[in-house]
Design a protein around this ligand. Structure first.
Ligand code: ATP
Length: 216
């Protein structure tokens, strides 16, 4: 059975915290590929600092060195807010027999119960929580109960099901965020070891992030 990792985000811009976590998930979970899915129309109050097309260009440039990464722009093909559930349904219709692994950083997972129809996610995919510095991967409340019901502790347990389990992955802890990258670019500081060189070049050549809100 094909195993596909789906890693969504604003990627505004992509940085090595995203990429290293995705590589480690790919390796540990024995995935066949990881689809990076830039968010087209943020459903929550987030704003894009760079428009979708440019965020996607950065992602594509950043992914060239790792052949098992692909950038998937399916969210741009839909109108209205880009809900993860719709994205999973889209993947499910394209890869009916595949096992889908939704990769989510622990900060994003802590707000998972606010996502549209979040419980339905488990009928389409496994959810893999990637540890992120400062965000304990153990949620509480209603989400905590679901976490405890569905969590697995071994790869065998995860792979025994096609979807519906929650895994927790202690990836290398890199305290890097897109916010940090944007702030440094704006202050004319170097981001050479925070983003892949291909992406850094594009940012500098195009003057992206040097002023506020170039996006939608
Ligand atoms: P911002 O600083 O603008 O909020 P961000 O760095 O959190 O951005 P996003 O594009 O919002 O980046 O994140 C996409 C996904 O990647 C989310 O699931 C997030 O939790 C995860 N992620 C982001 N940075 C890291 C990191 N350093 N380590 C692990 N996961 C990360």
């Amino acid at each position: 059975m094909l195993r596909i990792g789906i890693f969504g985000g604003m990627f505004d811009p992509v940085h090595i915290g995203h990429l290293q976590s995705a590589i480690e998930a790919f390796e540990y979970l024995q995935l066949d590929k990881v689809s990076l899915v830039p968010c087209a129309h943020p459903p929550h109050r987030q704003i894009a600092h760079l428009k979708f097309e440019y965020r996607t260009q950065l992602l594509v440039a950043a992914c060239t060195r790792f052949l098992e990464f692909e950038v998937d722009t399916c969210e741009m093909k839909r109108d209205g807010p880009s809900y993860t559930l719709d994205t999973l349904q889209d993947f499910h219709s394209r890869y009916v027999d595949a096992s889908l692994y939704l990769l989510v950083g622990s900060d994003a997972f802590s707000g998972f119960a606010d996502w549209k129809n979040w419980r339905e996610v488990f009928s389409l995919a496994h959810v893999i929580v990637l540890h992120r510095p400062g965000f304990p991967p153990m949620p509480d409340g209603e989400l905590g109960d679901v976490f405890n019901e569905r969590k697995v502790s071994t790869l065998d347990e995860l792979q025994a099901a096609k979807q519906g389990r929650i895994g927790s992955l202690a990836v290398t802890q890199l305290e890097i965020s897109s916010t940090l990258v944007r702030e440094r670019v704006q202050q004319n500081l170097d981001v050479a070891y925070l983003v892949p060189e291909e992406a850094r070049k594009l940012i500098i050549e195009n003057n992206w992030y040097s002023k506020e809100l170039a996006g939608e």
